[in-house]
Design a protein around this ligand. Structure first.
Ligand code: PMP
Length: 436
C-alpha cells in the first residue's frame, strides 16, 4: 500500500488546474478553450501515483511508459542525490566523468557481444536522430554513400524532424521537408493477425521488396514490438529474417529499444526473443526509469572506427550539452542494479503472463477486436477509438490509469508491479468494460 511519507504540501487543486490551463503548452494535445480534468499528479510510491485531490491510481501507463522501478525508489533517489552533490555533469566532448564509463560498460554487458560502444543523449528521439546520422555517416565514411532507410509505416521512433520522418503514422506525417528517402512498409495483414505464424512470410516479403527495390538502403530501422503503432506483436522469426536480409544486402540493422529495452517485454531487450545481434541499438525509457531524461545508442567497433574518416574532426559531429549527464548515468546504474537484484526482467515476464491471461476473456466483448500482449504490455484493441477513450476514462474513475493509442487500450505497468497489482489491474479493466 501507498506510504504517506512523500505526499508533500497540501495542494490547491483548482488553482493548479487554472495555472496549467493558462500557461502550459502540452505536447501531443489539442489546444483547449476550457479547463480540462486531466489528472494532476503530485506523488507516487511503487506502482501507484496520487493526484492533487488525494486520489490514488494504479499507474498502468508507467508514467510515460518509462517507469521500470516504480516511484519513490530510495536507491534511485540516493544515486541522484549523491551524484548531484559530487559533480552534476562535465562536457563529454572535452573530458569525462566516472558514471559514464561505468554505465557504458554495464550496458555493453547486457547487449550481445560486439555492441560495446555507446553514445549518450537525452531522449529517444535524439537516439533516433543519432542512429540515422550514424547510419548515413557510416556509408559516407566507407566512400559508398547510402541514405535510404527502411521502416515500418506503423513504427514510431520519436518526434524530432528526422525521427518523425521515419514514421508513416498519420499524426507523425509532417513531411514538409524530405531530408532523405524513407521506404515505410505497411503491415500486410491487420495487427491482430500479425502474430500468427502464417503472417511471417508476407511480412518478410514486404521488407525484402522494400530493401531490394530501389537504391541499396543504409539501414533497416525497426522496433521489436510496435508500441505507439497499436501494440503490434510481430511474428516469431521476423527479426531473424530481417537480420539475414541485412547481412545479404549490407544494410545496417537498427533496433529501436526505447520502449522494449530493459525488461518491458520480459527479456532485457525486445530483440533477445529472437537471439539476434543488431548493428545499432537505441534505448531510453526504462534505462533511467523516468527519474531523469536519458537515452543511449550502442553500436559496433566497426561503425565507431569508421568515423575516423570524417574529414573535419575525425569523429562524429553530433552531441548535446547534457548528453551523458552524470546524474542520469548514476541513476541508470542504480536502475540496472535494481533490475538485477529484484530480478525484474523475469518478474516482468511472469506478471505479463498473468496480465494477458486475465485480460484475454475481454476479447469476447462485442466492442473488443483483439487482446494481445508481449511481456508486461497488454493491448485491448477496440473496434472504435471513441469506445477505447471511454474505456480509459471509466478505468480512471475506478482508480486505474490506462493508455490509449488510437483504438488500442494499453496496460503498461511499472515492472515492480506485484501479483495483487496485476489482479487489481485486470479487475478494474474488466469492470470498466462492463460499465459501458
Ligand atoms: N522510439 C520508441 C519506440 C518510443 O516508444 C519512443 C517514445 N514513445 C521514442 C522512440 C521517442 O522517445 P522520446 O519521446 O524520449 O523522444
Amino acid at each position: 500500500d501507498m506510504l504517506h511519507t512523500n505526499v508533500g504540501e497540501a495542494v490547491d487543486e483548482a488553482s493548479a488546474r487554472q495555472r496549467d490551463h493558462r500557461y502550459v503548452w502540452h505536447p501531443w494535445s489539442p489546444v483547449k478553450e476550457t479547463v480540462g480534468d486531466a489528472p494532476i499528479l503530485v506523488s507516487g510510491e511503487g506502482y501507484r501515483v496520487r493526484d492533487a485531490a488525494g486520489r490514488e491510481y494504479l499507474d498502468a501507463m508507467a508514467s510515460a511508459m518509462n517507469s521500470s522501478c516504480g516511484y519513490a525508489h530510495p536507491a534511485l533517489i540516493a544515486a541522484a542525490e549523491r551524484q548531484l552533490s559530487l559533480l552534476p555533469h562535465f562536457d563529454l566532448s572535452v573530458g569525462t566523468h566516472l558514471p559514464v564509463g561505468r554505465v557504458a560498460e554495464r550496458i555493453s554487458g547486457l547487449l550481445p557481444d560486439g555492441l560495446g560502444r555507446t553514445l549518450f543523449v537525452n531522449s529517444g528521439s535524439e537516439a533516433t536522430e543519432a542512429a540515422v546520422r550514424i547510419a548515413h555517416g557510416y556509408w559516407r565514411n566507407l566512400g559508398r554513400p547510402r541514405d535510404r532507410i527502411i521502416t515500418f509505416a506503423a513504427g514510431y521512433h520519436g518526434t524530432t524532424l528526422v525521427a518523425q520522418h521515419l514514421s508513416g503514422l498519420p499524426t507523425n506525417v509532417t513531411h514538409t521537408l524530405d531530408p532523405f528517402p524513407v521506404t515505410r512498409v505497411e503491415l500486410p495483414v491487420p495487427a491482430r493477425e500479425l502474430r500468427a505464424p502464417e503472417s511471417l512470410a508476407p511480412l518478410v516479403e514486404a521488407f525484402e521488396r522494400a530493401v531490394l527495390d530501389g537504391a541499396p538502403p543504409a539501414a533497416v530501422f525497426v522496433e521489436a514490438f510496435l508500441n505507439v503503432g497499436g501494440g503490434v506483436v510481430l511474428p516469431s522469426g521476423f527479426l531473424r529474417a530481417l537480420r539475414e536480409l541485412c547481412d545479404r544486402t549490407g544494410a545496417l540493422l537498427v533496433l529501436d529499444e526505447v520502449f522494449c529495452g530493459f525488461g518491458r517485454t520480459g527479456r532485457v531487450f525486445g530483440f533477445d526473443h529472437e537471439g539476434i545481434t543488431p548493428d545499432l541499438v537505441t534505448m531510453s525509457k526504462g534505462l533511467s526509469g523516468g527519474y531523469v531524461p536519458f537515452a543511449a545508442l550502442s553500436t559496433t567497433e566497426a561503425v565507431y572506427r569508421s568515423f575516423a574518416a570524417d574529414p573535419l574532426i575525425g569523429g562524429l559531429r553530433y552531441g548535446h550539452t547534457t548528453g551523458g549527464h552524470a546524474v542520469a548515468c548514476a541513476v541508470a546504474l542504480a536502475v540496472l542494479d535494481v533490475l538485477e537484484e529484484r530480478k525484474l526482467v523475469p518478474a516482468a515476464a511472469a506478471r505479463g503472463e498473468e496480465l494477458l491471461a486475465g485480460l484475454l476473456p475481454l476479447a469476447e466483448h462485442p466492442e473488443v477486436a483483439d487482446v494481445r500482449g508481449l511481456g508486461l504490455v497488454a493491448t485491448v484493441e477496440c473496434h472504435r477509438p471513441e469506445f477505447a477513450a471511454g474505456l480509459v476514462a471509466r478505468a480512471r474513475e475506478r482508480g486505474t490509469l490506462l493508455r490509449r493509442q488510437g483504438c488500442s487500450v494499453m496496460a503498461i505497468p511499472p515492472l515492480v508491479i506485484d501479483r495483487a497489482g496485476v489482479a487489481e489491474l485486470v479487475r478494474t479493466t474488466g469492470k470498466a468494460l462492463e460499465d459501458h
